[in-house]
Design a binder for this molecule. Structure first.
Ligand SMILES: [Zn+2]
Ligand SMILES: [Zn+2]
Length: 553
């Protein structure tokens, strides 16, 4: 049973995600949606899902609108934590990254994500392209050489990353990692002199080293201009965080490191170094768009170098400045007519039973655990209707089950079930649509569409649920079980109106609950989801409907 359910789910999402967009049509809008790249060293948990799901809702909505959509993401494969873990486990970093990449890809498909392309930073095309991008920034003078002093371990005979060091925190006196102490203190260069190497326990010393730096300070005026022009559409957290960094003044950052796991640097004199993860991962939005477009006969510049395109960045609040400052800075440094991201959809944190999800504390529920026991549609719905959109929010299994049972199953599921499964009904009756409902449906498409485009998903779900509730009130007040015997014309109008309401609810809910919408389309012979009012003609056969949702205990 589980297996069958899984296979069906897998098939549905695969078809959707692999279906190329229709060919370019100048009347359509060009939409880019970039979902943040999860890091390849632990399974995806509900916090990831809460932050990334808005991307899939946007992608499905714009596809229903008939727009040209490119929705991309991928696995962030490089960086010190993976190297450290590989050393501990006696495996290669590449093995670990590949393993998680495959797992993430499957988890996203299971959850109904419809990426046009889900890639990885170990992708050869990505690697070659970001190397060229870095060369371009270097030629343009935005990347320059600078000598600095870095912790060096004589025993291990290499420069260490900050997080490979242990020291006594000068602020709280506890043991701290070199990149940041649990108390919030960030060690200075002097603090790191004499810190301990995590690999061999020997003391390190600072040694002169040459690295390439990104001239963020030089780009500050342009980024400020970009921020002032665009941030009206951003979520408040991204506005505040970006403003804070700009006020403090942007500092140049090293883009190269002495590591053995990462993308090679091709700039002469730096061939033995790797790119820092932060510079290459965010460029994946562009490399994956290029790759997808090349494979599907589309022009990627219509998305990334077109003033009329709209670019959404979807991520959690710990990733804001990578998207609101770093990515725009890299695009500006290439000086090649790139469109900068328009909208930041930055989620707050999801707490589980009021405790912050933390990998180190081990209380993050993985999505793979949830998929085994719970309904994918209602899980998606719960996270969009009650998720951390504007402030941190809580997830508890009890709250989720309450929403699954009393909001979705009792209201939406019940309306669908008691209409389509009305005793003796096997096709849509010859009735007339209640004109008041026709108008309500029109308004819902407009209102919900506006909310989704603005990243206000909670409000969008409220509008649709309101329509469901009105549908149930209409059904109750019309009493079709009595009309059936007393007034056949009124009965036909009632059922006809409810069937058409349900057909349109399947469109409105498609971005949020794609599987149940797909079922309704099967029952009512609707070809595909569209963002406009549809009509199910009288005498359409209602094929074998079953309840959309099962109650959970
Ligand atoms: Zn060492
Ligand atoms: Zn401390």
């Amino acid at each position: 049973m589980e297996e069958k359910k899984f296979l069906k789910q897998f098939k549905v999402t695969e078809n959707v995600s692999l279906k190329p967009n229709e060919k370019h049509d100048s009347e359509k809008r060009n939409i880019v949606i970039g979902g943040a790249w999860p890091y390849a060293n632990s399974s995806l948990h509900l916090g990831h899902l809460a932050a990334l799901l808005p991307g899939d809702v946007l992608a499905r909505y714009y596809r229903e609108m008939g727009d040209n959509v490119i929705y991309v993401s991928g696995t962030d494969c490089h960086g010190t934590p993976i190297t450290q873990r590989a050393r501990k486990e006696g495996r290669t970093a590449k093995e670990i990254a590949e393993e998680y990449n495959e797992e993430f890809d499957k988890t996203f498909r299971d959850m109904g994500f419809t990426y046009n392309l889900y890639g990885k930073t170990e992708d050869e095309y990505h690697k070659k392209t970001v190397q060229k991008m870095l060369e371009k920034m270097y030629k343009n003078g935005y990347i320059y050489e600078k000598a600095d002093r870095q912790p060096f371990c004589d025993h291990c005979d290499r420069f260490l990353a900050d997080r490979e060091l242990i020291l006594t925190c000068p602020s709280c006196g506890e043991q701290s990692k070199g990149d940041q102490c649990d108390c919030g203190y960030i060690p200075t260069e002097e603090d790191l002199d004499g810190a301990t190497c995590v690999e061999c326990d020997e003391k390190v010393h600072l040694r002169e080293n040459k690295n390439l730096y990104l001239a963020l300070s030089k780009l500050q005026p342009k980024i400020e201009e970009y921020f002032n022009e665009n941030s009206a559409n951003w979520r408040l957290n991204s506005k505040k965080e970006t403003e804070k960094y700009l006020k403090e003044g942007l500092r140049d950052r090293a883009v190269t490191r002495d590591l053995d796991w990462g993308i090679d640097v091709t700039i002469p004199g730096y061939e033995d170094k790797k790119m820092y993860v932060w510079i290459e991962a965010v460029l994946g939005y562009i490399t994956m768009t290029q790759k997808y477009c090349a494979e599907n006969g589309m022009d990627w510049e219509e998305f990334w170098k077109n003033d009329k395109s709209k670019i959404y960045m979807v991520h959690g609040k710990d990733n804001i400045t990578f998207h609101s400052i770093i990515l725009p800075a890299l695009l500006l440094a290439m000086d090649d007519n790139y469109k900068l991201p328009d909208v930041m959809v930055s989620s707050e944190y999801l707490n589980i039973d009021s405790e912050k999800i933390s990998k180190s504390k081990g209380n993050g529920i993985t999505i793979n655990d949830m998929i085994k026991d719970y309904d994918i549609d209602t899980l998606r719905y719960f996270l969009m209707a009650n998720g951390p959109e504007k402030r941190d929010s809580n997830f508890s299994i009890d709250d989720y089950i309450t929403v699954h049972n009393s909001e979705i199953t009792n209201k939406y599921g019940n309306l669908v079930n008691r209409t389509l499964n009305f005793k003796g009904l096997n096709c849509v009756p010859e009735g007339k649509m209640d004109p008041e409902f026709a108008e309500k449906i029109d308004k819902a498409y407009q209102k919900v569409g506006e909310y989704i485009e603005n990243g206000e998903f909670r409000k969008a779900t409220l509008v649709i649920m309101h329509l469901v509730e009105e549908g149930n009130r209409y059904y109750d007040s019309r009493k079709p079980w009595e009309q059936k015997n007393s007034d056949r014309i009124a009965f036909n109008d009632t059922i006809y109106t409810c069937v058409n309401l349900i057909a349109n609810l399947s469109n409105l809910y498609e971005p949020f609950m794609p599987n149940s919408s797909e079922k309704i389309r099967e029952y009512l012979e609707i070809e595909k989801a569209t963002w406009k009012k549809i009509t199910v003609e009288p005498n359409t056969k209602i094929s074998n409907p079953r309840p959309l949702f099962a109650r959970k205990i």
